[in-house]
Write a protein that binds this ligand. Structure first.
Ligand code: NAP
Length: 199
């Protein structure tokens, strides 16, 4: 199967690519350094990406950003950036995937545990992650039989904690998170948010 991987050059993207490549042809996408370039905050570039990628069987998105800052430091621009980037970027990815992904194929988006478990500094991220999950449930309902739409919700990833000088044992290994994305491609599920956090 041809799999379009958005955010392929990042931590999770690299592990997902590693786990998929023995079985699938992976087309990488990000703003720079990938097979196809895309900026999720720019819908026209998402349209162009699908045009360049050709027909695909599955899309995985681990790209997009949201601002992490205390409530009193989050400005209008920070909310606008977060909504336009990780939230509307992934919404538009699903909208633009229709017609480019084989019937019964899948789009797998990314949220994060801050959707359900708030933390200080995470207000904008919580909105975005909860929005991604809500959109995916609704879109999956309307696209039933045509396109499967699921979300993976990672907790802190060990490698990310280590890069921040924190205890990596509090997190989940990136390779274990990647296996959850593979499940969303392989299993006949839709409208689901799959947790990928340390238990
Ligand atoms: N790591 C964690 O602990 C953790 C925990 C919970 C949730 N998550 C979520 O998991 C996802 C991936 O995390 P990660 O740690 O792998 O991130 P990462 O290492 O920073 O990688 C992000 C990837 O997305 C691409 N990207 C960023 N902005 C983009 C845009 N506007 N358009 C297209 N591509 C863009 C980057 O490449 P370019 O810069 O070249 O575009 C890169 O390939 C994110 O949604 C993050 O919020 C991560």
């Amino acid at each position: 199967m041809r799999v379009l991987l958005v955010g392929a050059t990042g931590l999770l993207g690299t592990e997902i690519r590693r786990i998929l490549e023995p079985q699938h042809e992976v087309i990488t996408a990000s703003r720079k350094g990938s097979d196809v370039s895309v900026d999720l905050s720019d819908k026209a570039s998402i349209v162009a990406m699908f045009g360049a990628a050709g027909r695909i069987g599955a899309v995985v998105c681990v790209g997009g950003a949201a601002k992490f800052a205390p409530l009193d430091a989050l400005g209008d621009d920070d909310y606008a950036f977060s909504l336009a980037n990780k939230l509307m970027g992934q919404v538009n990815l699903v909208r633009c995937a229709i017609g480019h992904v084989d019937e019964g194929g899948s789009v797998t988006l990314t949220s994060g545990t801050l959707a359900q478990q708030p933390t200080v500094g995470g207000a904008a991220v919580s909105i975005v992650n909860a929005g991604v999950e809500g959109f995916a449930r609704a879109a999956a309902l309307e696209l039933e039989g045509k396109l499967r739409v699921n979300v993976v919700s990672p907790g802190w990833v060990s490698e990310t904690l280590a890069s921040m000088g924190q205890d990596p044992s509090r997190g989940i290994a990136a390779a274990d998170v990647a296996r959850v994305y593979k499940r969303a491609i392989d299993e006949p599920i839709t409208g689901q948010t799959l947790p990928a956090a340390k238990t």
